[in-house]
Design a protein around this ligand. Structure first.
Ligand SMILES: Nc1ncnc2c1ncn2[C@@H]1O[C@H](COP(=O)(O)OP(=O)(O)OP(=O)(O)O)[C@@H](O)[C@H]1O
Length: 678
């Protein structure tokens, strides 16, 4: 356990402060002089007079004596790069935007959006198989079949008895394990119900189920009845489409009772011979679900002129490793530009708080899809001179397409608030898991760092620097894949040779060139990636100190030390990433320099980008609606979109003009806004 770190501490701003300040029901909570501390990007106006005092004040909240060491250069306060909008058609100088903070961004109105609805109907499955044999114990199988929902009429004993009578036909005798009688994996599923009714429970528990994943939105589909070999689903799921991804990802999971496994002797032999199967057996023995197989269903969602297109019609798809088939129909319906409002969502739970408002779990009323809705108060954003960062967050989220970045589904606004609708990622923050486990294994650290490398690379390709990599901003999805969130500190429009000099980030992760105020470029993200890898593998960032000025000094001067027995290849990678000279840092010549390091030698980047590796750790997530991995402090709150009564002038409103997003394009002022601004 490492409890050394002040949770959620971003430079100059403690979580306590931000939470107090965003209490939307508390009028005293804003305009009280506290600020979001990204020096230089927003303190050019009169409020910047108290910069130094505020910096001290805010930092003092989290530890003692934490001002910048006097030996360091003062951070610079200007940032002159320009701000490019989504279409790239118009640019607005961000420095001008920041310093005046009240100039309008004029955005192009698009004639159509790329949005639509995709409906997936799943009828049944066949030929499902297991990658291992099961015991041919008639008593166990009979009991299991009797608790299963085999057909629409209640299972009668004679049906089960007839199935059990068939059992000897499928028995084989394994030679190596003392003549044990087993049923091959290909036949085993005939004797396992796809869903069972546990004693005392009214809801069936699926033993076979699958997830449909599109743009990080997940739906779980469980069977109504049938055996595992031939499950009947008859389910429909509708997805909101706001970007044209090329695949629908289907993952099939099985929940196998450990009683069905062959003897311990047999398992022991497997453990010595087959690593992949041994992992599966380990999961079954610890009551975890196993990923049976996957499929990437190709989709053609290009703009269709007809109102509805049938992409697949009662089509049988064979899973990638051949463990079964599914019968599905897929329809796509392009939709009109209908900007959303808060009324289009059921508010389910509060799941977090950011600097400017709360994050809620919501259900979109028409498609029933679950999302995370981030609400931000306009007046508070303006008072903190955070308009540029807020617009940048929305812009980056709408532009970037990477499976390891939380996708933006929609954005809309009311006169008082901005709303971001994001995929709901419910495996918990990496920060929480790291705190809980102290440190991660080499394999687990490598997996997370590889997915993060792809996420940062996709941002760099869009000329965006992330600048705030830390475990608090990294979520795990239900399977354990990375989902990077919180783009409030992104810097846009950074070409390879461009430098910026804004002093921002999180103390433990600040690169030396930021501390020295020398100007920095994309390579700061490689420094933070190195710090994160070190922290995952050892439990602490390399230069951590409770005293922030001492920590800064260590970042600048202390040699990089490794615990005894540290993996030499990881060490070599870290030495490269944590080079104090950004011009010699690994990655300065492009991401491929890092990808090609021997640390990642066994990784197929193509496979990784398809989410093709099974994550080393699967978070405990019961369903797509499960909020068990969120702090009760939030989930116990009443989920309401609190009413704020703050008048904002037309010129201020204009700054948020290009906020609305419902697909590939920006919409400028939405219809609903025009209505509401009267
Ligand atoms: N897409 C999401 N799915 C699930 N939870 C989310 C999602 N986005 C945010 N959260 C939760 O809400 C919290 C706050 O969100 P976020 O970090 O984006 O806010 P912020 O204002 O940018 O935060 P900060 O104050 O750190 O800048 C996160 O730590 C996370 O727990």
């Amino acid at each position: 356990m490492h409890t050394w770190r002040i949770p959620k501490f971003k430079l100059g701003k403690s979580k306590d402060e931000s939470e107090n300040n965003v209490d939307e029901n508390n009028d005293k909570s804003w305009g009280n002089g506290l600020f979001h501390f990204h020096l230089g990007e927003k303190h050019h106006d009169s409020s910047s007079i108290s910069n130094d005092n505020q910096q001290e004040h805010n930092i003092r909240k989290t530890s003692t004596n934490e001002t910048l060491p006097s030996t360091l250069n003062s951070p610079k306060f200007r940032d002159n790069a320009s701000f490019k909008n989504l279409s790239g058609a118009e640019t607005v100088n961000s420095a001008a935007l920041e310093s005046k903070s009240c100039q309008s961004t004029v955005e192009k109105k698009a004639s159509h959006s790329g949005s639509g609805l995709m409906t997936v109907k799943i009828y049944s499955g066949k030929d499902f198989a297991l990658p291992f044999p099961i015991t041919s114990n008639a008593a166990i199988l009979q009991k299991l079949l009797s608790s299963g929902v085999l057909s629409s009429s209640p299972n009668d004993d004679s049906e089960v008895a007839a199935m059990i009578q068939e059992l000897p036909r499928y028995e084989t005798v394994e030679q190596g394990s003392m003549g044990e009688s087993l049923i091959k994996g290909t036949c085993a599923t005939k004797f396992i119900p796809s869903t069972i009714l546990l004693p005392g429970s009214e809801n069936p528990s699926p033993l076979l189920y699958f997830t449909l994943e599109f743009d990080n939105s997940i739906t779980t589909i469980g069977p109504d009845m049938g055996t595992m070999e031939h499950p009947i689903f008859n389910k429909i799921s509708t997805f909101d489409i706001t970007r044209k991804l090329q695949f629908l990802k289907i993952d099939v999971f099985a929940r196998i009772p450990s009683l069905l496994l062959p003897s311990k002797n047999w398992q022991q032999e497997i453990n010595e011979q087959d690593e992949a199967l041994s992992d599966i057996l380990k999961k079954i023995n610890t009551n975890q679900d196993i990923l049976l197989d996957s499929f990437h269903l190709p989709l053609n969602l290009e703009v269709h002129s007809v109102p509805q297109v049938r992409l697949y019609n009662h089509h049988w798809i064979s899973l990638e490793r051949g463990f079964g088939k599914l019968n599905i129909t897929v329809d796509y319906q392009p939709s009109k530009n209908n900007p959303l409002s808060i009324d289009d969502f059921d508010l389910l739970k509060v799941i977090g708080r950011g600097s400017f408002g709360k994050v809620m779990q919501v259900r979109k009323k028409d498609t029933q899809k679950i999302y995370a809705l981030k609400a931000l108060r306009k007046a508070y954003i303006v008072s903190k001179c955070e308009v540029t960062h807020t617009l940048a967050e929305r812009t980056v989220l709408a532009r970037v397409e990477c499976p390891f970045i939380v996708p933006l589904k929609f954005s809309f606004q009311s006169p008082e608030k901005l709303y971001l609708v994001l995929a709901f990622i419910n495996g918990g923050e990496l920060f929480y898991h790291l705190q809980h486990e102290g440190q991660f294994s080499l394999a687990r650290s490598r997996f997370y760092i590889a997915e993060l490398l792809c996420a940062l690379d996709s941002l760099h390709k869009l000329d965006v620097i992330y600048r705030d990599l830390k475990p608090e901003n990294i979520l795990l999805d239900y399977q354990g894949h990375i989902a990077l969130c919180d783009f409030g500190l992104c810097k846009l429009n950074m070409k390879d040779n461009d430098k910026t000099d804004t002093f921002c980030g999180t103390p433990e992760y600040l690169a030396p060139e930021i501390l020295l105020g020398q100007g920095y470029n994309k390579t700061v993200d490689w420094w933070t990636l190195g710090i994160l890898l070190y922290e995952m593998m050892t439990g602490l960032p390399p230069y951590y100190d409770e005293n922030v000025p001492v920590m800064y000094k260590k970042i600048l001067q202390q040699p990089l030390l490794f615990p005894d027995g540290f993996d030499p290849v990881a060490k070599d990678l870290l030495i490269g990433l944590l080079s104090r000279d950004p011009n010699r840092r690994l990655g300065v010549n492009g991401t491929s320099e890092i990808r090609n390091h021997p640390f990642f030698k066994d990784i197929s980047w193509k496979k990784l980008l398809m989410k093709g590796y099974i994550p080393p750790y699967k978070p405990h997530v019961k369903s797509e609606i499960d909020t068990a991995n969120f702090d009760q402090e939030f989930t116990s709150e009443n989920p309401i979109d609190s009413v704020v009564d703050e008048y904002l002038s037309a010129s201020i409103q204009k700054q948020f003009g290009g906020w609305t997003y419902i697909g590939d394009e920006q919409l400028g002022d939405s219809i609903s806004q025009r209505k509401s601004f009267r």
